[in-house]
Design a protein around this ligand. Structure first.
Ligand code: SMG
Ligand code: MG
Length: 372
């Protein structure tokens, strides 16, 4: 395709309940949406997962919007015949910013696949028509609140519960949830880098609770620290923030810093790089699962396509709409048993609902054309 114009808009969706992690508390999900239109009328949509603040990653929403408008789109306008696989190479001279790049690549993928009548799941090599999913449970005000929340999600059918932890909220909540819900519950913990290797002895006490994994205890660039922890703990270590590319995934596996990988398309620069990480992890016998960034229905639907690949053997952080939002910008995503159906429509398989867009858009959309 040749991109003729693009539109950037920000939506703000109130979360049903505040989401607290070791990085902070979110009550509203602001999301940057990208729409591209091709010279032949092709149209594609995507969502950039950059947050309001650069806490989870160095990227943030306004920065991503600026970068897309000033650098990424102009670089792509200059390509007369743009294939989805050509987007990353055309942007490779611009350093960093995987979330912004992923959003642009995904919009192009959606436009091209829709024009060809092919689903994203089929294009990526998906093998499952529905995927098992879990829910990520934030740090609660009290242990009673935590148990109530977990009980609700277990009752809804989720295949796995992930508890956010931080110093002061770790052994006790994990112990209590394990004791209350029994050994049959698939349980994990995610620290979002809240610990240092000096906490290794403390973290090793989590081994008593049969966690399926401990996610990202240390800083993103501390592969050595994670490798040492992995060597002393029985609980498998999973990396999230550390895995920024296929090359980073290879380095982490070689260093034995993790035995499980969380793949988030935004963090690694898109669905095509996500597939490469999936492929290399599968070859190395490292299970992967699809992470979440509190996406709207648009981003979560695309994640379902990725999670249908064969190496995604663990339930992902792709919950039903009801876990996040009263009203979404797409039709609500529903849980069926412990799974969600992978859409098979062309492209990502959903487009934002115009009424919902009108209701949630915060600023006038910005139109970007080759003329400026
Ligand atoms: O989308 O359900 C979701 C949230 C999943 O916990 C989740 N994401 O580190 O894995 C993670 C976090 C990142 C976002 S919160 C800062
Ligand atoms: Mg994580």
């Amino acid at each position: 395709m040749r991109i003729a114009e693009a539109e950037l808009r920000t939506v703000a969706l109130p979360l049903i309940t505040p989401f607290r992690t070791s990085l902070g508390t979110q009550t509203v999900r602001r999301a940057l949406l990208v729409r591209v239109r091709g010279a032949e009328g092709e149209e594609g949509w995507s969502e950039c997962v950059a947050d309001d603040e650069p806490t989870y990653s160095p990227e943030y929403l306004e920065g991503a919007a600026d970068l897309i408008r000033r650098f990424l789109l102009p670089a792509l306008f200059a390509v007369p015949s743009l294939d989805p696989a050509g987007v990353a190479p055309a942007l490779a001279h611009l350093r960093g910013h995987p979330m912004a790049k992923a959003a642009v690549e995904t919009a192009v993928l959606d436009a091209v696949l829709r024009a060809r009548g092919l689903s994203l799941a089929a294009h990526l090599g998906g093998v499952r028509s529905s995927v098992r999913v879990g829910v990520s449970v934030g740090i609660a005000d009290t242990l009673d609140d935590l148990l109530d929340t977990v009980d609700r999600h277990v009752g809804a059918g989720y295949a796995r519960i992930k508890l956010k932890i931080e110093p002061g909220w770790d052994l006790e909540p994990v112990r209590l949830v394990r004791e209350t819900f029994g050994p049959g519950l698939m349980l994990t913990a995610d620290a979002n880098t809240a610990y240092t290797p000096a906490d290794a002895r403390h973290l090793a006490r989590l081994d008593a609770y049969g966690l399926t994994m401990l996610e990202q205890p240390f800083a993103p660039d501390d592969l050595d620290g994670h490798a040492r922890l992995a060597a002393r703990m029985d609980t498998p270590i999973c990396l999230d923030e550390s895995i920024t590319s296929a090359r980073a995934a290879t380095a982490a596996i070689r260093a034995r810093a993790c035995s499980i990988i969380n793949i988030k398309p935004g963090r690694v620069g898109g669905y095509l790089e996500s597939r490469r990480i999936h492929d290399l992890a599968l070859a190395a016998d490292v299970p992967v699962w699809c992470g979440g960034m509190l996406e709207t229905g648009l981003g979560r639907t695309a994640n379902l396509a990725l999670a249908s690949l064969p190496g995604f053997t663990l339930p992902g952080d792709i919950s039903a709409t009801a876990r996040y939002y009263e009203r979404d910008i797409t039709a609500p995503i529903e849980l069926t048993g412990d799974s969600i159906v992978v859409p098979d429509g062309p492209g990502v398989g959903v487009t934002p609902d115009p009424d919902a867009l009108a209701a949630f858009t915060t600023d006038p959309p910005v139109r970007v054309t080759p003329a400026g």
